[in-house]
Each structure stands twice: as C-alpha cells, then as structure tokens.
Design a protein around this ligand. Structure first.
Ligand code: UDP
Length: 246
C-alpha cells in the first residue's frame, strides 16, 4: 500500500466547493463524495482538520451598503451551516467528528479550544473549524493559516474550483500559464488570487506549505496525501529538482 506523505493536514474547503455545480447552497452528492475521500485518508492514518468557508451562502462583501462587521458576522454564521452539513455527511459514514466554532454557540458545537482540538485529532476524530477566526475583516483562508499554525498541521490542502494556480483565470484566458510551484513571495508579488494577502503572509511567516488543487475530482484529496504531483505547491523556496512551470 502507498504511504501517506503527511501525518496531520488542514483541509480548507471553500463554501463553493460544497455547492457543486449549483454554485449556491449545498449539494448533497458533492458533500458525500468529499466525506468519502476524507474517510479514505483517515483510514491511511492521517489526522484531518477542516476549515470551512461560507461563500456558497454569504460573503461579507456581498452585503453592499450594510455595516461591514454585521455582513462579516453573517458570513461567519454561513460557515457554521456548512460545518454542520459536513459533520452530518461524515457521521453518516461512521466518522467521528467535532465541530468547533470561533464564536460560542454551545447548543450546536464546541467552542474552539486548541488543546481540545489537538486531542480530538489524536483520537482520529475529524475536527471541523467553523465561524472563521471569530473576527470580522478576516477570511476563512486566514482561518486556515491560523488554525494550521496552532494545531501544527504539516500542510494546508487548499481545495479550489480550478485545478491549480494560474497567472490569469484559465476559464477566461486560453493562454493562462499554470504554476507547478511558487514561493509565498511570488504569490504576493504577482498578486495571484490564491489566498488573500493576510493568509499568505501568515503561511509565509510560519512556513506552512500550501497545496492548491481542484476539487472537481474529490479523489484529488487522497492523491495529494499519497504524494501524487498535482496542483500547485507553495512554499518558501522552490524545489530545484522539480520542473518549474508548464
Ligand atoms: N468571515 C469573517 N471572519 C473570518 C472568516 C470569515 O468575517 O475570520 C466572513 C467574511 O465575511 C467572509 C465570510 O465569512 O466573506 C465567508 O468566508 P469566506 O469568504 O472566506 O468563504 P469561502 O470563500 O472560503 O467560501
């Protein structure tokens, strides 16, 4: 059997990733497929923490004319809906889970307590971090960087709608160039829309590698865990043994 490359990972699932082709709300088949892949990597002995986004329901910037902090709190609540949906799908296939929220809502989830989340991971429970960082003006990408640093995840698996990082939108430009690897500084300097700059800087300062990949095929999660070279790898230094870009 192939060996997993990581012991503890943080999977960032954007809200869009849970909406499937609908682009809005939740797509049950998509969520079930993702849940199956998570079960697969758990069975390989990988500890899995997940940060969920909320963009399939609401983003702070959607609330034009609204008070920004209120709109952001609405976005954080949207991530809780997604967290519960994912928990339900995972528990349906007998995976033990805990949802922890950065804003207390004790009737439906545990409050975020770092030491507890690490304990859950050690017991092979999937920990789902919801409600972002609990603070307006941040994103769930920043939450992923923060939680990854806190729980000492070896890598952030950043699931996207596209299969890798490109210099322009590959859905619009046919000549878009795909990157196999990038440094954090490349991402910042080139203004690539991988993560927002706060999240990228946090990863850079704490040397947390990021693997960007497409969730069009949920099996990509296990491919990455098993060391297959897909998507884009972002770290502080490029690996000279690897071919640069396509
Ligand atoms: N949000 C926030 N603070 C956080 C995380 C999220 O205010 O720490 C709000 C913000 O308004 C954001 C929304 O929650 O637009 C949904 O999160 P995000 O846009 O990151 O979701 P994704 O794009 O990953 O689906």
């Amino acid at each position: 059997m192939m060996k997993p490359q990581y012991k503890r990972v943080l999977l960032k699932l954007s809200g869009e990733a849970l909406a499937g082709d609908k682009g809005f709300g939740l797509d049950t088949d998509t969520i079930n497929d993702i849940a199956k892949q998570i079960k697969y990597i758990l069975n390989l002995g990988v500890e899995v923490a997940i940060v969920v986004g909320g963009g399939n329901f609401w983003r702070g910037r959607t609330g034009e004319g609204m008070d920004r902090t209120t709109a952001d709190y609405m976005g954080m609540l949207a991530t809780v809906i997604n967290g519960l949906a994912l928990q339900d799908a995972l528990e349906n296939i007998d995976i033990s889970t805990r949802v922890q929220t950065a804003i207390e809502m004790r009737q439906i989830a545990e409050p975020y307590i770092r030491r507890k989340s690490v304990r859950h991971l050690e017991k092979n429970r999937v920990v789902i971090f919801a409600a972002g960082t609990g603070n307006p003006y941040f994103s769930t990408d920043t939450t992923a960087a923060l939680r990854a640093a806190e729980i000492e995840a070896e890598v952030i698996l950043l699931a996207k709608k596209v299969d890798a990082v490109y210099d322009k939108d590959p859905n619009i430009s046919e000549d878009a160039k795909k990157f196999d690897q990038l440094t954090y500084l490349d991402v910042l300097k080139l203004g690539l829309k991988v993560m927002d700059s706060t999240a990228t800087s946090l990863c850079m300062d704490n040397k947390i590698p990021i693997k960007v990949f497409g969730l069009d095929n949920p099996e990509n999660i296990s491919k990455i865990i098993l060391g297959e070279d897909i998507g884009t790898y972002i770290y502080s230094e490029k690996n000279e043994n690897k071919k640069e870009d396509n």
